[in-house]
Design a binder for this molecule. Sequence first.
Ligand code: NI
Length: 195
Amino acid sequence: MSNKSTSSDARASAATETLQTPSPARKIYPIVKYGDAILEKPGAPVRKFDAELEQLVEDMFASMYAAQGVGLAAPQIGLSVRIAVVDVTAGKNPEAKIVLANPEIVHAEGEVREEEGCLSIPGFRGYVLRPQFVTIKAQNAKGEAFEIRGENLLARAFCHEIDHLNGILFLQHLGMLKRDLIKRKIKKLRKQGEW
Ligand code: NI
C-alpha cells in the first residue's frame, strides 16, 4: 500500500536509522506495475522458512521504504508467494515492522471508507470500504504463528496486502465508473510509454 504523505522527515529519520544501526546492503526490488499478470493471480503458500526467506523479508522492507510505501506484497516484486511486509510508521519505529507469511483474516469488525493507493498503481487513489478492526493470523519470517489486531490504517494495510496475496487489487473495490476511468488513464500512459 502506498503512503498518503510523501514526507521528507520520514526519509530523514530513515537515514538516521541507517547511520545508527549499520545493516548489510539490501536489494531494492523494482515494483511490478498494474498490467502484469502476476498481480492478479493468487500466491503459493510459504513452506520453507530459512535464512533466504529472512533475507527476502528484509529486502522487501528496504524496497517498501525506498518506494515510500506502508505495505508491500511479494507479487509486487515478481514473486507469486504468500508473504507481505507492513509498517505504517514508514520506518520510524523498528518495532512496527510486521511480516505476514500465509496471513488470514480471522475476525473483522466495523467499516471505514478511506482513500487508498498502491505502489503497483502509482499516481492513482480511490475510496475503499475496509473493516475498522481486523485480527490476522499469520507466521513470521521464522515460521512462528501469531495473531495481531489492527485498527484503521493498520487494518486497511493488512486487508490490502492480503488482497494482493489473493491476486486482488484495490481497483476491484472501486465503483465501475472510477475503476474504468483509472484503467483508461493507465492504458493511455502505457501507449505513451509512461507506465
Ligand atoms: Ni498494493
